[in-house]
Ligand binder design. Structure first.
Ligand code: LMR
Length: 349
């Protein structure tokens, strides 16, 4: 009897173990089969802004997608807040393939190609959709792929939004109010000209040094999107903000071509899809995050906010109009025309 029971138990145990073993080995074969061609690799994405911004949210989506779809074989490390590279060195490190993705403000590339001044042209785009339409179109794509000699490719435009002016000296509601003030810019000939046209000075300062520069009075003010102002707490060290929407912060996600083309097919398929997912989220989140940031700035109450009337905006448009003639040759009348056509499609007319 005892022997019979023992025999039965042993038989059942064998069945259970076989079932478990079977399950494990099937699962293992499946996941290994699916993932076997994916290269184990670590990809770095460096940027200069805070976490609660459209750029970081896009990068985060990319990371989550790629890591999940690769079954953990690909790791994406995101370095926000200039923690790996800042404005001065992120491009060189992308060229050197020390980082595989960056998404800088396009106006930071004007030294490579003056056409990257487009987001700085005063009141050019009516809204995010028009800007997106331009960068996804023929002229925008030509500009984004103009860095290929450096081994760098622009993949997709990621919007942020319209810029607004903050300063420590006075409320600004007319071009004359800029007289004698000094502003920090992202860089570029057009932004410099905007300030000098209104009798102000300007200096290009890396984003990572901006809070301290404002705090220490190196400059009186700066221009940025609500999400950058709010997430970096620039309002803490500024007294006034004018809602201007005169220029834009727009990005593109750039990669190193050697890295991009060097991935095997299975790896690249996942990374490419991850970039697309990240692009969708960056594009979807930009408007909402800026709206929320504007509300937070108002709630914090650190800056006195000036909202301009249509007549006041018209005065700024008129004052800055000559900039178009000045930069038409450098940027290209075809490029400016294409941007204006995007407004006709998506703008306010
Ligand atoms: C700035 O430098 O002010 C911004 O362009 C930073 C960024 O990447 O949004």
């Amino acid at each position: 009897m005892k022997i019979k029971i023992l025999g039965l138990l042993t038989f059942m145990l064998i069945i259970v173990l076989a079932a478990c073993g079977g399950e494990d080995s099937t699962e293992g074969a499946d996941s290994e089969g699916e993932n076997s061609d994916i290269e184990e690799t670590t990809i770095k994405f460096s940027h200069v802004v805070a976490e609660n911004t459209p750029k970081h949210q896009g990068a985060l989506t990319m990371k989550e997608y790629i890591e999940e779809e690769s079954g953990g074989k690909i790791t994406v490390e995101i370095y926000p807040n200039s923690s790996l590279f800042g404005d001065k060195d992120e491009y060189q490190n992308l060229v050197a393939n020390n980082v595989q993705f960056i998404a800088p403000d396009l106006s930071k590339f004007v030294g490579n190609n003056p056409q990257f001044n487009v987001p700085s042209l005063p009141f050019l785009f009516d809204n995010d959709e028009a800007a997106l339409d331009f960068w996804d179109g023929e002229k925008g794509q030509e500009i984004l792929t103009s860095l290929e000699d450096d081994g760098v490719r622009g993949l997709y435009m990621w919007p942020n939004g319209g810029k607004h002016v903050t300063n420590n000296e006075r409320p600004i509601s007319s071009p004359e109010d800029f007289q004698g003030l000094k502003f920090r810019t992202q860089g570029g000939q057009v932004l410099e000209e905007i300030y000098s046209t209104m009798g102000a000075g300007s200096e290009s300062i890396p984003f990572g040094e901006l809070y301290t520069s404002l705090d220490q009075g190196v400059v009186d003010g700066q221009e940025n999107t609500y999400s950058n102002i709010e997430s970096k707490k620039f309002d803490e060290v500024q007294n006034y903000m004018t809602v201007m929407n005169h220029t834009r912060v727009d990005y593109a996600i750039f990669t190193n071509i050697e890295f991009w083309e060097g991935m095997n097919e299975a790896t690249r398929e996942i990374v490419e899809a991850g970039v697309e997912e990240g692009t969708n989220v960056a594009r979807e989140e930009a408007i909402t995050l800026n709206e929320e940031a504007f509300e937070t700035i108002k709630e914090r109450g650190e800056v006195e906010i000036t909202e301009l009337s249509p007549e006041e905006i018209e005065k700024f448009r008129d004052a800055l109009e000559p900039i178009y003639e000045e930069f038409e040759e450098d940027i290209g009348s075809d490029v400016i025309e294409a941007a204006r056509e995007s407004n006709e499609e998506h703008g306010e007319g």
